[in-house]
Ligand binder design. Structure first.
Ligand code: FES
Length: 105
């Protein structure tokens, strides 16, 4: 396991992108839970964000792909609107130890 980041000070509905060993990841905090996904839209297999660390839609309700606007549920990664409906972001397993997010890639 290796440390991805320290999340002390990570705000509700904050999102952050990472590149680890060639993989793009995104972390989001929602209702005091953390969710980690591969930063790759299932529609075209490209990164989701249009600005660094900005992954949510305007209302901060869903993760949004900037290219064609697909919307994904924050807690499951399921696409509920856009060209890849019913497809999902790929969840990345992690452990949270204290304020540290640990991953095993
Ligand atoms: S590339 Fe994400 S919706 Fe098309």
């Amino acid at each position: 396991m290796r440390e991805l980041c320290d999340v002390s000070g990570f705000d509700e509905l904050q999102t952050k992108g990472f590149e680890v060993e060639g993989k793009n990841l995104l972390l989001v905090k929602h209702r005091d839970e953390f969710y980690l996904y591969e930063n790759s839209c299932p529609h075209r297999s490209i990164p989701l964000e249009w600005q660094p660390d900005q992954f949510l839609d305007f209302e901060k309700t869903f993760i949004q792909c900037a290219t064609h606007g697909a919307l994904f549920k924050i807690d499951t990664g399921e696409c509920i609107a856009g060209p890849c409906v019913a497809d999902s972001l790929t969840a990345v397993p992690f452990q949270k130890q204290g304020n540290r997010i640990l991953i095993d890639l």
